[in-house]
Write a protein that binds this ligand. Structure first.
Ligand SMILES: Cc1cc2nc3c(=O)[nH]c(=O)nc-3n(C[C@H](O)[C@H](O)[C@H](O)COP(=O)(O)O)c2cc1C
Length: 243
């Protein structure tokens, strides 16, 4: 008897019943993986001749190649990185976040938040929103967009953003003068839309202190790295939510 358990991409599944069969929390991808594996398993089971094995190994390769797109979740994930920036710091963080998402296999577009269209949001699987701290709070163009998305674009009624992944980022001049509050404020708005907040490992979002100390003005390398990591994580989790 062949071993009924097969391991693909770290997921252990049975050919027929499936470890996760009947588990409402599992995704369609798991089901598809199982379906592909059924074919492999069924092809191998009855044949033991050399030509049978040859035929089956060709079948296995064919089926595996066909199943490959189903096993790489983030390949089709689309991210919109929406930001406002007056002097370029938040724009740098936005680009780094998009870089991280692309490195994880997603498509990522970066736009000044006022230029983000309804279609941009509808076609995105995940949205990251960033703002500079202005007087301890979200900059006005970001707040305006977050309200416009509800009523101008109709996402409050349509629930069109519900279930999509989101992430937040901010830059502020001083170490402790509003970055956390700004990120929290953006996050609360995105959660109003039923979006699912993806955070870095520890913390609310990616942030940078840009004005202090005088000798280190601007966005630091480690802060850009944090934004890249968040972008990668957002892409990965958006892929899982999409399946
Ligand atoms: C009108 C205004 C208000 C600001 N208020 C704050 C503030 O309350 N706390 C803070 O840490 N930085 C504050 N800053 C500094 C900016 O948040 C900081 O320079 C930020 O990195 C700018 O981002 P940007 O280059 O993307 O515009 C303020 C800047 C401006 C122009």
């Amino acid at each position: 008897m062949p071993d009924p358990w097969v391991r693909v991409a770290g997921v252990r599944v049975t050919p027929r019943s499936g470890k996760h069969a009947g588990d409402g929390g599992r995704t369609r991808r798991s089901y598809r993986q199982e379906t592909a594996l059924h074919t492999i398993y069924d092809g191998h089971a009855p044949r033991h001749t050399a030509s049978g094995l040859m035929r089956n190994s060709r079948l296995t390769t064919f089926v595996l190649l066909g199943a490959l797109p189903l096993l790489t979740a983030s390949a089709e994930v689309r991210l919109m990185v929406a930001y406002h920036s007056q002097t370029g710091n938040t724009a740098q963080m936005a680009e780094a976040l998009a870089e991280g998402a692309r490195a994880a296999g997603a498509e990522a577009e970066v736009k000044e938040i006022g230029n983000v269209t309804q279609a941009d949001l509808e076609q995105s699987d995940a949205v990251a929103v960033g703002s500079p701290v202005h007087m301890g709070d979200v900059a006005v163009p970001v707040r305006k967009a977050l309200v416009d998305w509800a009523y101008g674009f109709g996402f409050w009624r349509s629930r069109g953003l519900s279930g999509k992944a989101c992430a937040v980022f901010a830059t502020g001049g001083a170490p402790s003068n509003g970055k956390e509050f700004t990120m929290l404020s953006i996050a609360l708005s995105l959660m109003q839309y039923g979006m699912v907040l993806v955070t870095p490992y520890g913390g609310l979002g990616a942030s940078a202190t840009t004005g202090v100390p005088e000798s280190e003005k601007g966005v630091g390398a480690h802060e850009l790295e944090e934004a890249r990591e968040l972008g990668g994580r957002l892409a990965e989790i958006a892929g899982r939510l999409k399946d």
